[in-house]
Design a protein around this ligand. Structure first.
Ligand code: DUC
Ligand code: ZN
Ligand code: ZN
Ligand code: ZN
Length: 472
């Protein structure tokens, strides 16, 4: 199958220009001046399908490097399976995800990795890779790290919070970082001071402060800044590259920026919820509604300037990229486990479907450039996690993962409208986007055509990732 996308504006992280894109089989084979011939052949009459992208952007497919499909967590499972979650991702212009294999304390890392491969195999509509979560780092976890790097799992997530579930102490963190420093892998960190949070949560509950609002109030920015700083120091000590996940506090950004200014390989990811949503949304939410926005790190006070600072950091590259931390739970039967105790609300927000649109709105609103949009949503995720060249760019030889985005289109977000995630609510209800995902192509196959879904469960392929290409 040969597809020609003609007359569109091709946008890469490095710039934009009018060009035709030829996809041969699963791969982009040429990027041509509009209407040009190829070795004397009229391209258009020699392809199976022509898509006219006049007036639209042709961008590399989105890469969401932080999702938790069917994650066992908080006494339940994230409500999107690999099937439903990757389908929703495709609807939103995301053509690759990197999900997390979960090792809970005491479990065998390689067994868990095998279990996750089985879970995802034959289910995904788009390509998928894995990071490995390490809890309670044991000696056999260290040898497993080397083996996993060879399997294409070149990044390991550790937690400084969630005692008894995920938490590693500083000694265990250093051990994993030492190993990462020798095998070239990336350490990803959930940076919140868990002991402080656990104490504040206990005190809030004891005082009868049980509503969802207290989730945010018991996870203050100081706990994020302190843990971010500590993680940076431990990475400095060991020489491991460090990627801080779901950064929400402006003070944590400052820690990352300082480390980068000092030449350390430290990177930061933020999520759409920290760019748009705030603690104030929770203050205004009646009854238990605030549970919809319970996630960790928490939504922060807009009045303190975190949200504004997060957009600015994205523009100035103090923060390198945007992932969703997609971890959806339904209100009925899941979030409501915390009806009388906010600490029992499963933590997570579902956004895998809306990341590209929400960030595009940032382009419309003048917060980031068009190229930066592509960079933070696709190119940098590819480079950061060892996929660049085949993913994250429109160029000959790259996978035919292409999104045609219509800047004159419109997207209304809401459960009754554009909602394909397996959730009974949307954290983004009522958001209006001045743009629309028109066509989504995954390795040469059209999976979204206007308002029609053409994807197939199981077409997604495992991405065997290399080491980060963001490091020298
Ligand atoms: N944060 C969430 O909101 N959900 C899953 C785990 C996490 O760290
Ligand atoms: Zn986390
Ligand atoms: Zn996460
Ligand atoms: Zn549509």
């Amino acid at each position: 199958m040969k597809t020609l996308i003609k007359n569109g504006t091709v946008v890469n992280a490095t710039g934009r220009g009018l060009a035709d894109v030829l996809i041969d089989g699963e791969t982009i084979s040429a990027v041509l001046a509009p209407g040009s011939t190829l070795l004397g052949f009229n391209v258009e009459t020699n392809v199976d399908r022509v898509i006219d992208a006049r007036g639209k952007y042709v961008i590399p497919g989105g890469i969401d490097a932080h999702t938790h499909m069917e994650m066992p967590f908080g006494g339940t499972h994230a409500s999107d399976t690999f099937e439903t979650g990757t389908r929703a991702a495709a609807w939103g212009g995301t053509t690759s995800i990197v999900d997390f294999v979960v090792q809970y304390a005491g479990e065998n890392v390689l067994e868990r990795y095998a279990a996750w491969q089985t879970k995802a195999s034959g289910q995904c509509a788009i390509d998928y890779g894995f990071h490995q979560i390490l809890s309670d780092v044991q000696d056999d976890s260290l040898t497993a790290m080397d083996e996993l790097v060879n399997e294409g799992v070149s990044s390991f997530k550790l937690f400084m919070a969630y005692k008894g579930v995920f938490l590693s102490d500083d000694g265990q963190i250093v051990k994993a970082m030492q190993r990462a420093a020798t095998n070239g892998s990336m350490i990803m960190m959930h940076a919140e001071n868990g002991s402080v949070i656990d104490l504040l949560v206990q005190q809030a509950i004891a005082a009868g402060n049980t509503s969802p609002l207290y989730h945010g109030l018991t996870r203050p920015w100081q706990a994020e800044e302190e843990a971010t700083h500590r993680a940076i120091m431990l990475a400095n000590l060991t020489g491991a590259p460090l990627y801080i996940v779901h950064v929400s506090a402006k003070q944590a950004v400052a820690q990352i920026a300082t480390a980068r200014d000092n030449g350390q390989n430290v990177f930061g990811e933020t999520c759409p919820q920290y760019l748009y949503l705030s603690l104030e949304d929770n203050l205004g939410a009646p009854g238990f509604e605030g549970a919809k926005w319970v996630c960790s790190t928490p939504l922060r006070a807009k009045a303190e300037g975190h949200q504004h600072h997060m957009w600015q950091s994205l523009r100035t590259n103090d923060i390198q990229m945007v992932s969703t931390d997609h971890c959806p739970f339904c209100m009925k039967g899941q979030k409501d486990m915390g009806l009388t105790d906010f600490s029992k609300i499963p933590n997570g927000i579902g956004s895998v479907e809306h990341r590209m649109d929400l960030l595009y709105q940032g382009v419309v609103d003048g917060k980031i450039s068009l190229e930066r949009w592509v960079e933070v949503c696709s190119t940098t995720p590819a480079r950061m996690f060892g996929m660049y060249g085949t993913k994250g760019v429109i160029q000959p030889g790259a996978d035919g993962d292409v999104v045609i985005y219509d800047p004159n289109g419109h997207t209304s977000i809401g459960v009754e409208k554009t909602h394909h995630m397996n959730m009974d609510y949307s954290a983004w209800e009522g958001y209006e986007i001045d743009g629309h995902v028109d066509t989504v192509i995954s390795r040469g196959k059209v999976v979204i055509d206007g308002n029609e879904y053409l994807g197939t469960q199981g077409d997604g392929r495992y991405i065997k990732r290399g080491l980060s290409q963001y490091l020298i």
